[in-house]
Each structure stands twice: as structure tokens, then as C-alpha cells.
Design a protein around this ligand. Structure first.
Ligand SMILES: Nc1ncnc2c1ncn2[C@@H]1O[C@H](COP(=O)(O)OP(=O)(O)OP(=O)(O)O)[C@@H](O)[C@H]1O
Ligand SMILES: O=P(O)(O)OC[C@H]1O[C@H](OP(=O)(O)OP(=O)(O)O)[C@H](O)[C@@H]1O
Length: 211
């Protein structure tokens, strides 16, 4: 039987995504939240689920190692992957912002130093504004950078705003809304449409609350 491979981001959005799939009647054999297994099959074997690091989902889908992916808009944008983005699953809702100490705004200096896990999005944002920057790529705890003088500001994700607040930082500019999206490999969309289209339709119905 033909199947589709679905790459799902490990981490904070995984549980809600699995819940959504279960809601539309897709259950994975042996799946439980604490499992260290990375590959699961749906009960009817039509879907092979692979758990990958969130940042890698667009790569798996662009290269065709997965037909479909479920990943944050942050990682999709940052990767620049050439894939179809077909659905907003409304999971993991947050936003990209420029943040820093409030006194730095509006920007007065010639060359800003900006720390971020997302250098491409950062450079694109400031290019659009005509501001020259130096980007410092970090892999986490980005809010620390302006506190210890590693950068002037950061570009990062904000959800509740607690991390910024607890570190004395403020939102200076909104950049983009983020949520979890369904992406599809361009070739698979054509060659496996008989499996992919019904899957998307079921997800759409699930999102609209239809059984
Ligand atoms: N604070 C947040 N609130 C809501 N969604 C978030 C938040 N931080 C990240 N996300 C979304 O969840 C996705 C997965 O985040 P998660 O922290 O699990 O992975 P990650 O950033 O790759 O972390 P790590 O490097 O620790 O594995 C992100 O790509 C983003 O879309
Ligand atoms: O507005 P809040 O609700 O406080 O959430 C925002 C924080 O969540 C994410 O960090 P994460 O927990 O992924 O940690 P890391 O990037 O430092 O690893 C993001 O990079 C912010 O630091």
C-alpha cells in the first residue's frame, strides 16, 4: 500500500499536533508521549510519522525525505525552503519581534548589533527598513545578549512576554505572526495527491471543528 511520510517537529508543539491528528481519526501504533522512538505508522499504515528537530522539518520536506511536514512558520521562513505551505494549524501561536532595552528605541546608531536564532529573518527585517546590522547567531537564551552587551537588540519569539519582562526587555517592533503550518513537497503534491488531498481535507475539517 502506498503511504505518505509526515515529518513532525519534536518539542513544544508535538503534543498539540498529535492531539489534532487523533481528533481527525489518525492514530499511531505504539505512540506514547515519553517514547524515544522516532518512527511510527498510522493504524491503516497510510501515514509514516517521523519526529525530527523543529528546525529541520522544512529541509526534510524540500528534499522529499518527507512528503508533508508540520512545522513553525519561524523555521519555514528561516529555511527559505521551496515547499507549498497549505494550512495554518493555529498551534504554537506566537510572534517574531525586535526586543531590547526600551531606551535604545528609536534606533540612533549607524550599525546595530542584533542577536537571534534566526539570522535570515533578522537580516530581511532590517534590510526592509534600510538599517545596517551585524547579526550574532545564537542557539538559545537569546534574551541574555542585550543584558551582557553581546548585542544591542534581539529578534526572537514572544508568546506570553514573560521571558522579556523577567529580563527587563521590551518589544520594540513586531516582525511577523508565527504559528504551526502544514507544508508539502512540491513533487509529492503532484504524484501523491490521492493521499495528500484527503489528508488536508480531513485536517481542514478538524480545524473547523467538524467530525
Ligand atoms: N514561546 C513559544 N510559544 C509558542 N510557540 C513557540 C514558542 N517558542 C517556540 N514556539 C514554536 O514552537 C516550535 C518548536 O519550538 P521548540 O522550542 O520545541 O523547538 P526549538 O526552538 O527548536 O527548541 P530546541 O532548540 O530547544 O529544541 C518553534 O519552531 C515555534 O514555532
Ligand atoms: O514570551 P514567552 O512566553 O516567555 O516565550 C518566549 C520564549 O520562548 C522561546 O524560548 P525557548 O523556551 O524555546 O528557549 P530557548 O530559545 O532559550 O532555548 C523564545 O525563544 C523565547 O525565549
Amino acid at each position: 500500500m502506498e503511504s505518505i511520510t509526515l515529518a513532525l517537529a519534536k518539542g513544544r508543539t508535538a503534543e498539540s499536533t498529535i492531539d489534532l491528528l487523533q481528533k481527525i481519526g489518525i492514530h499511531f501504533e505504539d505512540f506514547h508521549e515519553d517514547s524515544r522512538k522516532l518512527v511510527f505508522y498510522s493504524e491503516d499504515t497510510s501515514i509514516k510519522l517521523i519526529f525530527v528537530k523543529a528546525v529541520d522539518v522544512p529541509t526534510y520536506v524540500e528534499k522529499g525525505a518527507a512528503d508533508i511536514g508540520i512545522a513553525g512558520k519561524d523555521n519555514i521562513l528561516e529555511s527559505g525552503a521551496d515547499v507549498y505551505e497549505l494550512l495554518d494549524l493555529k498551534i504554537g501561536q506566537c510572534k517574531f519581534v525586535v526586543a531590547g532595552k526600551p531606551e535604545i528605541y528609536p534606533f540612533a546608531q549607524q550599525r546595530l548589533i542584533v542577536a537571534s536564532k534566526y539570522p535570515n529573518i533578522t537580516e530581511q527585517h532590517f534590510r526592509n527598513k534600510g538599517i545596517t546590522i551585524e547579526t550574532v547567531k545564537l542557539n538559545g537564551s537569546v534574551e541574555l545578549a542585550p543584558l551582557i552587551g553581546l548585542s544591542d537588540v534581539i529578534v526572537d519569539i514572544v508568546e506570553t512576554g514573560n521571558t522579556l519582562k523577567e529580563n527587563g526587555l521590551s518589544v520594540l517592533e513586531d516582525v511577523e505572526k508565527i504559528s504551526t503550518r502544514l507544508i508539502v513537497n512540491k513533487a509529492s503534491f503532484a504524484t501523491k495527491s490521492q493521499l495528500i488531498q484527503p489528508f488536508i481535507k480531513r485536517l481542514e475539517a478538524g480545524l473547523e471543528g467538524k467530525p
